[in-house]
Design a protein around this ligand. Sequence first.
Ligand SMILES: CC(C)(COP(=O)(O)OP(=O)(O)OC[C@H]1O[C@@H](n2cnc3c(N)ncnc32)[C@H](O)[C@@H]1OP(=O)(O)O)[C@@H](O)C(=O)NCCC(=O)NCCS
Length: 314
Amino acid sequence: MSGSRIVALGHYQPPKVLSNDDLAVLVDTDDEWIRTRVGIRTRHIAEGESLVDLATEAAQKALAHSGRTAEDIDLVVVATCTAIERSPNTAAAVAARLGVRAPAAYDINTVCSGFSYALATADHAIRAGAARRALVIGAERMSDTLDWTDRSTCVIFGDGAGAAVVEAQEEGAEPGIGPVVWGSQPEKGDAVVITGWDPVISQQGQAVFRWATTQLAPLARQACERAGIDPSELRGFVPHQANLRIIDAIARKLGLADAVVARDVVDSGNTSAASIPLAFSKLVERGELSPGDPVLLFGFGGGLAYAGQVVRCP
Ligand SMILES: CC(C)(COP(=O)(O)OP(=O)(O)OC[C@H]1O[C@@H](n2cnc3c(N)ncnc32)[C@H](O)[C@@H]1OP(=O)(O)O)[C@@H](O)C(=O)NCCC(=O)NCCS
């Protein structure tokens, strides 16, 4: 096998939308502060829908767009930091709902960089001959981790899911998923914390902001180098959707010439591991990216972990 490619994407967001004005009723905040500091206008919040529900909806859409069926899948990977159940894991629960027979099924938690980690492990499994066709899903119910009286966090996060169908390519084909650049700074792990049995998220916002705006652009550039592409040749850039100012700072440092930059944080807030497939799927659905376009995915956040790779748009 010469590698793998993304064949199709799908996404799902719960119908309930919370505006900044809605949040200003709950905590001492206002639309202007949230828009200027983070760039968010709205976020979707799940009510009565579980993490597995969100993940399954997104996976079903990706499968439908791919023209493949559950029977064609032999690997299911879910990136999430908000799974409540320890067993079965989210991937097994989604596989059962979809009717995927006998898949390898596992969850990955590297918080907000989770989707790029999950995509890399699926690509590696396919390259190693351990799988042929995978469902790679990022899904989060971040609202489960929120303290609705803490204005520093409750305005930032949202719920949702995105999914990709990934399959083997024949010998000689140009790889549709480039080499991953991944790593972490574990000594800074306490900058984003979600701990305990009834977990509440807290973060050192400024420390994460500084790390993201000063350390990540060279790593994102490395992912381009390993794929043999200059950032100026990218047609799309889909970073983790944490903060509009972080997205724009990294995009500026990369020197993108003609790339569509995902800014879904404006409508969806920070959906952690779901944010990259969610934003990517929307760009494809709206026709802002075309099949074969080189797109840089770059996840970062809790850990502090990061991962990114150049992929070809389905
Ligand atoms: C979280 C973040 C938006 C906060 O923005 P900031 O400019 O750093 O703001 P600060 O935390 O310094 O707070 C500045 C002031 O705004 C206040 N504030 C915090 N949240 C507020 C809100 N929702 N509304 C109004 N004021 C708020 C603070 O209390 C503080 O007030 P003070 O000066 O009186 O003490 C920003 O740091 C950020 O995006 N960091 C990265 C987060 C991230 O990417 N996390 C990764 C998880 S994947």
